[in-house]
Design a protein around this ligand. Sequence first.
Ligand code: KG4
Ligand code: ZN
Length: 411
Amino acid sequence: MNSITKSLLKSIKHGQAAWLRSNSTHSRKQCLPKLVLGIETSCDDTGAAVVDDAGNILGEALHCQKEVHLKTGGIIPLVAQQLHRENIEQIVKEALSISGVSVNELAAIAATVKPGLALSLGVGLEYSLKLVNKYKKPFIPIHHMEAHALTIRLTNQVEFPFLVLLLSGGHCILAVAQGVSDFLLLGQSIDIAPGDMLDKVARRLSLSKHPECHSMAGGKAIEHLAQTGNRQQYKFRVPMQHYRNCHFSFSGLQNLVNKVIIQKEKEEGLQKGELLPCVKDIAAAAQHAVAVHIVKRTYRAMLFCIKHSILSPKNATLVVSGGVASNQYIRKALQILADVNGFAFLCPPPRLCTDNGVMIAWNGIERLRAGLGVLHCTDGIRYEANAPLGIDISKRVEEDSIKVPRLKMKI
Ligand code: KG4
Ligand code: ZN
């Protein structure tokens, strides 16, 4: 290298360094990640997390009330509210302290405001607004089901649109996610949610007394016992087979399972509350019927979306989330369905399928980036126990009356 080239290179390097120095404060400011604190209290989990705009989870904390509610045989709203009140401050502090972020550094605070148990939602909203007003931060109100639907974009690279199936203790929803706050509702449960049904069956079977299931959520206990049960011992009719729409129903199925339980108790000479010897087989058959019902409705949703070019057959994706989506049997059934129809199949990891603060913080980031629903004034903000997700096109789905082919499932 000759001396002219050397000095030229030196001056370029110097120039670059000087430029970098003069711009460093500016660029650092520009490059600072945006941070959102998310707060979740819609049901029986108090969750908080700090997430940045690159999807890094900087800190998270969660308090589950499950054990208390298992003892009382279901969620008592006043008890849930009291437990949220007792834990929210500590959980938020913990998430912030793990992340090493102070409230002043946050770009916004996001909290679930709908749908959910009114008394539970109220605790999270009141606490969040206190922080928002004290630190003069923007507030992002979050729809709990939107947050479940978008969690996958934190863990995987998924572009809109995609088909999303949300299975939880309070909801069962089939929708197309077209944008951060742009959903088409294809169908939902007309009575109870699958998690609710599994919890009720587990309670009726007294699974909390089973040595293998102590302190497991109802759905989890059913999944666990079903692994070693024989589902062919009982056959439960799959709900809504004659309705060619994408709605769901689980209360009739729950009644069918209850009838078998009562019959078996009679045969065995057992009282209600005593453990049946055949719990594993009943759990396996009930779980199978739930899986088949969910698969059939999702199959119709896939065909509808392809028929109307809402999704492209070349790169369609099915996303499944919510507490019941952590069930490996149901996941496997949906994986088979996705493979048959050439859909990619994605689920967040189980800990992000159940309620948590991370999904709320991430939904906050998504809304912040899209400039959607970021409030600088919180006057008149209320929680809503019931709140639909997206534009309801379920009637349009029903009008099409799409017949679903038979699907052989070897799970
Ligand atoms: O999404 P989530 O945490 O809370 C709601 O928003 O409802 O879902 C909780 C539900 C409960 O009904 C619980 O029994 C069910 O998810 N669940 C499961 C499993 N783990 C949790 N259901 C089936 N299989 C599981 N492994
Ligand atoms: Zn949930």
